[in-house]
Design a protein around this ligand. Sequence first.
Ligand SMILES: C=CC1=C(C)c2cc3[nH]c(cc4nc(cc5[nH]c(cc1n2)c(C)c5CCC(=O)O)C(CCC(=O)O)=C4C)c(C)c3C=C
Ligand SMILES: [Fe+2]
Ligand SMILES: [Fe+2]
Length: 352
Amino acid sequence: MKHADKNKIESTAAPLPDGHPSVAFGKVGVLIVNLGTPDGTDYTSMRRYLREFLTDKRVIEWPRVLWYPILFGIVLNTRPGRVGKAYESIWNKERDESYLRTYTRNQSVALASSLQSHPNVQVDWAMRYGQPSIKDRLTALKDSGCERVLIFPLYPQYAASTTATVNDKAFETLQNMRWQPALRTVPPYHDDPAYVSAIANSITEHLSTLDWEPQKVIASFHGIPQSYFDKGDPYHCHCMKTMRLVREKLGWDKDKLITTFQSRFGPEEWLQPYTDETIEKLAKEGVKRIAVINPGFVSDCLETLEEIAGEAGEIFHEHGGEKFTHIPCLNDGEAGMQVIETVVRRELQGWI
Ligand SMILES: C=CC1=C(C)c2cc3[nH]c(cc4nc(cc5[nH]c(cc1n2)c(C)c5CCC(=O)O)C(CCC(=O)O)=C4C)c(C)c3C=C
Ligand SMILES: [Fe+2]
Ligand SMILES: [Fe+2]
């Protein structure tokens, strides 16, 4: 037996004695998890989703006594209607769901297919907020015989408000299990050569489809409050490292590829430079052609389709910009699946 085979799950069990409860075993689970999404764009669905999201202490770290009166008194009364309209504009009407859900499901199906040569591996998907929940899918994997489960938070750059809260939820689910599966969590892969190449290639491939060349390419990441960074969150460093590597891969200089942060929420200062302000400034300075990419988002969603492809494009045009293009996320395409499969195969080493 090769060294790496020692940890593999062998199904050499004898038949169960009479009266013994039936047990499923011998499998390895992979659970890919993205942020979440409302079930519908109506007020009730939006409120339920935002409530689950915005009561997460990993997302809003303010003391509850200060935050809850604002959340329940103002935010959850005003935001569901406004954000519901934004979701409506990017809703996948064919499936009556958000694209984030569509892409995440497709990624799970494609990953399962690429791991077909390992029949004991079972792939599933979940959302941190909304459905399908981490609790339900992790329990289903365990019940179907997964003795080992790899949790894959679909965020290349680690942030406590994304990666850690997925892992927290998975471990919280285990707290209620008598017979827990062994759990592994996927580390950030912001500097993985497969990911860096996929982002660099997606830029060059997209630009080759245009009959114009952008003067600037903006890499816009979701922001976090500056105070989270000051407390030690590595997110900013991960974003900056990703973009240094992408720039090196492309052989571009610093002026051509700019890193910015979007999606501010609340009155605090967030990571800077802000995407909207940068785009406005560039347009005012006379830059006429830009492209924007969202390397931190594995799948297109509200934040990329509405906030960037929609709103950011409008800001650019309003202030004198002429040509604007949004470079799509890797989604469930071949290059994106190559990244997901590479990371999963590496993290499953010793288990398959
Ligand atoms: C303080 C609040 C928030 C922090 C911190 C935050 C971090 C963060 N979020 C993502 C990825 C996504 N966020 C999305 C939507 C979204 N984010 C917040 C707030 C914070 N995010 C809110 C309130 C919302 C909902 C929309 C809204 O009300 O504005 C999404 C899109 C989901 C979809 O269904 O399309 C993603 C994805 C990251 C990566 C991140 C920290 C690094
Ligand atoms: Fe967010
Ligand atoms: Fe740093």
